[in-house]
Design a protein around this ligand. Structure first.
Ligand SMILES: *[C@@H]1O[C@H](CO)[C@@H](O)[C@H](O)[C@H]1NC(C)=O
Ligand SMILES: *[C@@H]1O[C@H](CO)[C@@H](O)[C@H](O)[C@H]1NC(C)=O
Ligand SMILES: *[C@@H]1O[C@H](CO)[C@@H](O)[C@H](O)[C@H]1NC(C)=O
Ligand SMILES: *[C@@H]1O[C@H](CO)[C@@H](O)[C@H](O)[C@H]1NC(C)=O
Ligand SMILES: *[C@@H]1O[C@H](CO)[C@@H](O)[C@H](O)[C@H]1NC(C)=O
Ligand SMILES: *[C@@H]1O[C@H](CO)[C@@H](O)[C@H](O)[C@H]1NC(C)=O
Length: 354
């Protein structure tokens, strides 16, 4: 009986270690603005929070630039910039972000994410290309040029809605981007004008893209075998867009694809992310319940709050643009739930044996 118990205990250890290696990826959603502020930011936060569980990610929502330190970013698998503007990080924050990318950290950007940090070359390499201008918002038809990528698998071939058609300061393909969406140039009136004398953004007109091995991750840190992926979409100006299921699938599937590149601790590898990496599998017992929580990382910001996904959504929506608080959409990781479930089951089995 003792033997069975120890066999079960070591089995339990292995199972916990496996569950740990598959913990829920944690993503810092950064909506800070230093210039223009989108009134759709609260809607974006609410909708992302509502979709965290469905896509198996854990979001922390913040506009607090002091979270961009080596130590804090190391607890995240990805950063997601949403509708930012201008210089939203100081130099030390930019350096921490660069280190995060070099450590396998994942980048995702939405809409104004390309309209910030104009002087940060590393950030430009992560996003792919920076915003130049857009003509006035109007109906436009976006065209799908890749129907197999998860971010566009559910997008129609011709997708028409009211949007700002972004033009860029460079060709994201020069940074390794594979373009997923373009725009039918005859579907809108382009009477905007460029803010400078920039190189061509390439043809067809890039609207959304991914980068498998962004230059922002080079050189990779020691012990990192793989760059974190990048995904960017320029869509997402209006509330109505954020409320559209096709759009949110585009964004969430793009984010999930980037995380699923498997360059971080939630996937059992790397130096950053939610979990202890593959090296944790050598320990046989104990401590699995701490893996998915991760709320300690967010408790440092002023006025921070850790809440369930639905609670964070409503409070974030009502807090409006003054929000500097941190909201965590805390979704128990599948791995943790599994681990705890197994502790229960094996505990019951052991008490029956003993
Ligand atoms: C978008 O939604 C936010 C609240 O979620 C609201 O404050 C804002 O006024 C809305 N914008 C428009 C144009 O309706
Ligand atoms: C479409 O995306 C997939 C990745 O999901 C990639 O393998 C493929 O090369 C892309 N196709 C084109 C035409 O870019
Ligand atoms: C561009 O066109 C829109 C709609 O036709 C118009 O409202 C706007 O004033 C024009 N802008 C410029 C810079 O011509
Ligand atoms: C795992 O162990 C290897 C070899 O000891 C080391 O190089 C690597 O950095 C470790 N990874 C983590 C995430 O600690
Ligand atoms: C979302 O957008 C798609 C594509 O434009 C459209 O077919 C669909 O009706 C929209 N859904 C809602 C709820 O507005
Ligand atoms: C990683 O492992 C160390 C040592 O076993 C432990 O102290 C720490 O809390 C773990 N961190 C996480 C995020 O699980």
């Amino acid at each position: 009986m003792w033997k069975s118990a120890s066999v079960i205990a070591s089995l339990l250890g292995t199972m916990i270690a496996q569950a740990q290696a598959q913990s829920t990826p944690k993503v810092l959603v950064y909506t800070a603005t230093a210039g223009y502020r989108h009134d759709s930011i609260p809607t974006a936060i609410e909708v992302l929070g509502d979709n965290a569980q469905k896509y198996g990610v854990e979001f922390t929502f913040s506009e607090d630039r002091s979270l961009f330190t080596d130590q804090n970013l190391a607890t995240y698998d990805g950063v997601m910039f949403v509708s930012n503007s201008d210089e939203v990080l100081d130099e030390s924050g930019q350096a921490a972000l660069q280190k995060f990318f070099q450590s396998g950290g994942v980048y995702t950007g939405v809409h104004g994410a390309s309209a910030c940090l104009f002087n940060d070359e590393n950030y430009q390499q992560a996003v792919g290309a920076l915003f130049d201008y857009h003509p006035p918002i109007q109906d436009a038809t976006f065209t799908r040029i890749n129907n197999s990528h998860p971010a566009t698998a559910d997008v129609p071939d011709r997708w028409s809605f009211q949007e700002e058609v972004y033009h860029f300061r460079s060709n994201p393909r020069d940074n390794g981007a594979v373009v997923l969406l373009s725009v039918d140039e005859s579907s809108y009136v382009n009477n905007g004008s460029s803010t400078g004398n920039y190189p061509s953004m390439g043809d067809p007109h890039p609207i959304a893209w991914y980068i498998d091995q962004p230059l922002s991750a080079q050189p990779l840190a020691e012990g990192v075998s793989k760059a974190g992926r990048s995904f960017y979409t320029s869509l997402g100006h209006l509330n109505s867009t954020w409320q559209n299921e096709t759009f949110i699938t585009h964004v969430m599937a793009g984010l999930k694809w980037a995380l699923d590149g498997g360059s971080t601790k939630a996937y059992g590898v790397g130096l950053v992310g939610n979990g202890n990496g593959s090296n944790s599998s050598s320990s046989t017992t104990a401590g699995s319940s701490s893996t998915g929580g991760g709320s300690s990382a967010t408790s440092s910001g002023s006025g921070s709050a850790t809440q369930s996904a639905s609670a964070s959504a409503s409070s974030a929506a009502s807090s409006g643009s003054s929000s500097k608080a941190v909201y965590t959409a805390q979704i128990p990781g599948k791995g943790v739930a599994m681990g705890i479930g197994m502790i229960g089951a094996v505990g019951l089995g052991m008490s029956m044996l003993l």
